[in-house]
Design a protein around this ligand. Structure first.
Ligand SMILES: [Cu+2]
Length: 675
């Protein structure tokens, strides 16, 4: 009963979960899962939250009144935000990126809405100026959710010191300087789940990264940043148990450590800044500074990557609060046509612009599309376990608009949502020309009426607004709609083709695009795997007897680096976007489980390399993966593969992936991939 003392429930145990729930629609868990893996007491708690913090009626929020916040692509212009390096030496671009709490105007101020408290990334300098806000408007050295982009180049190392600075600073209002930031009551975590658990309060024994005993959590926020799509060494991957708290030099944090909290997770690691290689003594390489130094070699094809929190069991809350950002990887230089294509920014002044390249500069626009629910005071509100929202937030603004010229634009689309796919459609008969997916360009552009991407997936598209060059009135307004959403969440973004052409559109979309060559070698192993309502598992006897395994069940996906495998993913319930860390793969085909020899070819957007693939209910999804990056670099160690529906991965729909060096037997994997 809601009137009883608040207790959290861990829900039914993993083994008790049914393999199928006939009530579920194949929609990435868009149906409420409360009956399934959240105890009723917790649901009651959530209802209590609804009573206390009134949900904002989305129909009271006007649409298309604020301009889209512009995050830079490969060429920085005065109109977009890009993170600045803190040092450039030895061909390494160094960044010091802090995660902090700040207030961002997401809902329209003109309609009387206040700012929303968010967590996001920015420079590790004094103050938390918000990008695109202030007078004059701040566009550099600023914080934002999603973050200003990190720009990377092929074969040039990016080194990031990710700092968990979720502390209250002297310049903050609404908190006590020196205190640590806590989860808001409307974005509460489930401490009865298997989670990071800094207080080490486990249902058996003590330790971090264990199943908790439930109850409220008033401690600091654990954070680990994963760059989605990056191929890096294990210690820089951002695996779920590699989190750390804010610096223990903060007295409030130090006090908690004395009381039994742990400052970092079981798999914490980082690199040695001098050698650039794995720090000795991981996980005890933590040095009290609340940070982790990671290295990204960028030995892969140009594409749109993005970074986000990946902390065990609380990723939904951390990402919902805003801990995401763009990482845009280009070629070795502006003229590299092997690993990427040049960008043409038209009349902008940039030495990086190449006439005849893809639309660049102000014509190259990353778009992170998310769904949120707000309270009437403008706070974020996580509804139940699925994280579905009723207001589309694009680049950190609710239902924004973008003024465009009647010419070609490049949009780097990221489904940054918690669950539910996006089925993007343009009004006015405009179409998308998709040129790339997760891991770089497709072999050839494909013309599509709609783009469907699931959480974690990206699509690189060209939209040509030139057919509207003589438009007038509302005809100039092109609406981007999400056909997979319900109600108010269907609207996404409005393009206004109202800007005069600044100059001739000299950008070109070539018919043949540079891309990673197909994997031609024969797979050494075909590995059947199984997916359930909210769990991953293995298959015995060709998946006649699939077994779900929780996150900490001994590693079963042990591969030799350099080996090529075919993974056959048998999906027994619901659709799930499956993401492999560290590697890109090819989507071979799908078939119904009942008719495994009747092959369904990949969709046009799946013809390039991918790092996330939608496994469909009742089907086998086949991917071919070589455990090397596209330059042939082998990296061994512990990684992860998981469903990218965030409530699913938080609920252990995630498994370790252990890559052991070529030639080394796989028998000792558990030790090899131990922290
Ligand atoms: Cu899933």
């Amino acid at each position: 009963m809601c009137g009883e003392p608040i207790t959290y429930s861990a829900g039914i145990s993993f083994e008790e979960r049914p393999l199928e729930d006939k009530n579920m629609t194949p929609q990435y868990g868009k149906t409420l899962l409360t009956h399934f893996f959240w105890g009723t007491t917790f649901a009651c708690l959530m209802l209590g939250c609804i009573a206390e913090a009134q949900q904002l009626d989305p129909t009271t929020v006007p649409t298309f009144v604020d301009p889209l916040p512009r995050v830079c692509g490969l060429i920085q212009t005065p109109n977009c935000i890009m993170l600045a390096t803190t040092a450039i030496a030895n061909n390494i671009d160094r960044y010091d990126v802090a995660a902090r709490q700040f207030q961002q105007q997401i809902l329209p101020a003109s309609a009387g809405f206040g700012k929303t408290t968010v967590w996001g990334f920015g420079p590790n300098t004094t103050g938390t100026a918000v990008c695109g806000e202030g007078s004059p408007t701040v566009m550099t050295d600023c914080f934002h959710s999603p973050a200003a982009s990190i720009k990377a180049n092929y074969h040039r190392e990016v080194r990031v010191n990710w700092i968990n600075d979720l502390l209250c600073h002297t310049w903050d209002t609404g908190c006590t300087p020196g205190a640590f930031i806590q989860y808001p009551s409307t974005v509460a975590i489930d401490t009865g789940a298997h989670w990071a658990n800094p207080p080490q309060v486990c249902d058996h024994g003590r330790g971090t990264d264990c199943t908790g005993r439930g109850g409220p959590y008033n401690g600091p926020v654990p954070l680990i940043v994963h760059v989605h799509g990056a191929s890096s060494a294990s210690e820089s991957d951002g695996i779920p148990e590699a989190w750390n708290l804010p610096t223990s030099r903060n007295p409030a944090i130090a006090q908690l450590l004395t009381a039994g909290y742990k400052a970092f997770g079981s798999d914490y690691c980082q690199i040695n800044d001098v050698t650039g290689t794995r720090a000795a003594n991981c996980p005890n390489a933590y040095n009290d500074d609340g940070a982790a130094l990671f290295s990204y070699p960028n030995t892969q094809f140009g594409s749109t990557l993005f970074f986000h929190d990946h902390t065990l069991g609380v990723t939904l809350q951390n990402v919902y609060m805003g801990l995401v950002g763009f990482y845009v990887l280009g070629g070795a230089d502006p003229n590299d046509t092997t690993h990427d294509l040049p960008s043409d920014c038209g009349t902008c002044i940039s030495s990086a612009s190449v006439t005849g390249g893809l639309p660049g500069g102000d014509y190259e626009i990353p778009l992170a599309i998310q769904e949120k629910i707000f309270t009437t005071d403008g706070s974020f509100f996580v509804l139940g376990p699925d994280g579905v929202g009723n207001i589309k937030v694009v680049n950190g603004k609710s239902w924004p608009y973008l003024q465009v010229e009647p010419r070609k634009y490049r949009f780097r689309l990221v489904d940054g949502g918690a669950s539910g796919n996006l089925q993007l459609i343009l009004s006015g008969g405009l179409k998308f020309t998709q040129i790339g997916a997760d891991g770089g360009f497709l072999p050839h552009p494909v013309l599509l009426n709609n783009i469907t991407i699931a959480p974690g997936e990206r699509a690189d598209v060209i939209v040509d607004f030139s057919p509207l060059k003589s438009c007038s009135g509302t005809v100039c307004n092109v609406i981007l709609t999400d056909g997979a959403a319900n109600g108010t969440a269907r609207r996404v973004l409005q393009f206004r083709v109202t800007k005069p052409l600044a100059g001739l559109d000299t950008s070109v979309v070539p018919p043949d695009l540079p891309h990673r060559p197909d994997l031609t070698n024969t797979a050494t192993r075909t590995r059947p795997l199984s997916l359930f309502e909210s769990g991953l598992g293995t298959c015995d006897t060709g998946c006649a007897t699939p077994s779900p395994h929780p996150w900490d069940f001994p590693v079963t996906e042990v591969v030799n680096s350099g080996d090529t495998e075919i993974w056959e993913i048998y999906d027994y319930a619901d659709n799930h976007p499956i993401h492999l860390h560290e590697v890109d793969f090819e989507v071979l085909n799908r078939s119904k489980i009942a008719t495994p020899n009747v092959l369904i070819p990949p969709s046009p957007g799946e013809l390039g390399f991918k790092d996330t693939v939608v496994a469909k209910v009742g089907q086998i999804t086949r991917i071919k993966v070589q455990f090397l990056d596209s330059d042939g670099n082998a990296r061994s160690g512990l990684f992860a593969w998981h469903c990218h529906v965030i409530p699913h991965e938080d609920d252990e729909m995630m498994r370790p992936l252990c890559v052991v060096p070529s030639g080394q037997g796989t028998a000792n994997a558990e030790n090899f991939c131990a922290p």
